[in-house]
Design a protein around this ligand. Structure first.
Ligand code: SF4
Length: 392
């Protein structure tokens, strides 16, 4: 992209202090662990050369995956880029690669471990790269809710559905209870299938994807959905509410997409006449309703590829991706939906020093930060993932 001009300007209002990456712990992240090794200094002018040399030395033994929300400095070393499911599939399609270096977050590396060969090792360059949404659904809480549904006598009517953005534990729970995993691309198909199996869906962990899909794509009323809060007795719901509900939504959300508001949409429409508002379905319901288009990360990329020159787009998703899209489309006006910075702080923990450290450790014969899912959990999670792959 060198030499490309762009209309992109960094949002100026940055109310949140960004964390020192790779150092200490992140109180807002669920994992909060230090790097176990000596990280190169971020100011080291040789970082790019070191990463290039280490990757070349490893050759086909290593396969580097880069999620769309990763920083440019990391993405440049990715063998393939994509959303979480595409990357897990890509990892599975490379059985000869000894090491899968996953530049993304923890639940993605777990999915890659589930789908790859036992001999392959999946590595997360910074173990503090978690996902706040995934961590909003803890297995013990979910099992407590399920026991309550059993006590109410409704559990046989319920099909559990979990978004890809969940821990392996939760995918395993869904698999052993005859449910399905979904992505933001196939959520409607997953719900269609689920409502053929039962009369209710228990949707984990992203309330917004569940609500937006049910109401905007399947014609449900908002009243058909109830919100189960794991921090309240019985989810904060009465027995009647649970018995009547068709969608039982877990109270989880993405801290990045949840920041966009209806005011963001109003403000950009006033500022940029004719702008197209394009958002991810992890955004709040009222934001998705006010947008012109809604779709997954891959959908957003395709929509901008297909957009005519001169068109204006305000995009409601993670900032690294929006900025790259703006640079890739200098003939279009691509802007971030909100004026405030909205990086995913945990995605951003994977920086060039962590990648260099990881690759150089591998060259030295040490395998750091391996992500493994135990065999029972992996087996049950695979059932739910296979059900997703078998969706009509
Ligand atoms: S963008 Fe949201 S869902 Fe994605 S990793 Fe970050 S917190 Fe999780």
């Amino acid at each position: 992209m060198a030499g490309v001009t762009s209309t992109w300007t960094e949002p100026s209002n940055t109310p949140l202090t960004l964390l020192l990456l790779g150092k200490g712990t992140d109180p807002a992240s669920e994992r909060g662990v230090d790097c176990p090794g000596d990280l190169p200094a971020p100011s080291d002018p040789d970082l790019v050369a070191r990463a290039t040399a280490a990757k070349a030395a490893l050759g086909d033994r290593v396969f580097v995956l880069g999620h769309h929300y990763q920083r440019d400095e990391v993405i440049q070393f990715a063998d393939v880029t994509g959303d979480s499911f595409k990357l897990a599939q890509q990892a599975a399609a490379r059985p000869d690669a000894e090491f899968i270096v996953f530049c993304g977050v923890h639940f993605m590396a777990e999915s890659a471990d589930i789908l790859t060969q036992p001999s392959q090792r999946v590595i997360l360059p910074d173990l503090a790269a978690g996902c706040s949404m995934a961590d909003m659904a803890v297995l013990g809480q979910v099992e407590t809710a399920w026991e309550h549904f059993q006590d109410l006598g409704i559990v046989d009517q319920i099909v559990p559905v979990t978004y890809m953005n969940s821990s392996a534990d939760i995918k395993g729970f869904v698999g052993r209870n005859s449910g399905v995993v979904c992505t933001s691309s196939n959520a409607k198909r997953a719900l269609d299938w689920s409502f053929e199996q039962g009369s209710k869906v228990f949707f984990l962990p992203d309330q917004h994807l569940g609500r937006n899909t049910a109401v905007l794509e399947m014609g449900f009323d908002l009243d058909d959905c109830v919100l189960y809060d794991p921090h309240k007795p019985n989810g904060g719901l009465t027995d009647e509410q649970l018995i009547d509900a068709r969608m039982i939504l877990w109270r989880g959300h993405c801290s990045v997409h949840g920041r966009f508001t209806i005011d963001s949409v109003r403000e950009v429409r006033e500022r940029v006449p004719g702008v197209n508002v394009l958002v991810h379905p992890e955004c709040r319901h009222e934001v998705v309703r006010a947008a012109d288009q809604v779709g997954s990360t891959e959908y957003i990329i395709r929509a901008l590829d297909a957009a005519p020159a001169g068109s204006a787009w305000a995009v409601g998703t993670e900032l690294n991706l929006v900025r790259r899209l703006a640079l890739a489309h200098p003939d279009k006006q691509v802007m971030f939906l909100d004026r405030t910075v909205c990086y995913c702080s945990t995605m951003n923990r994977i920086d060039l020093p962590h990648l260099v450290w990881t690759l150089e450790e591998l060259v030295a014969g040490r395998v750091p930060n391996v992500i493994t899912v135990d065999e029972k959990t992996a087996h049950e999670a695979r059932i739910a993932l296979d059900q997703m792959l078998a969706l009509p």
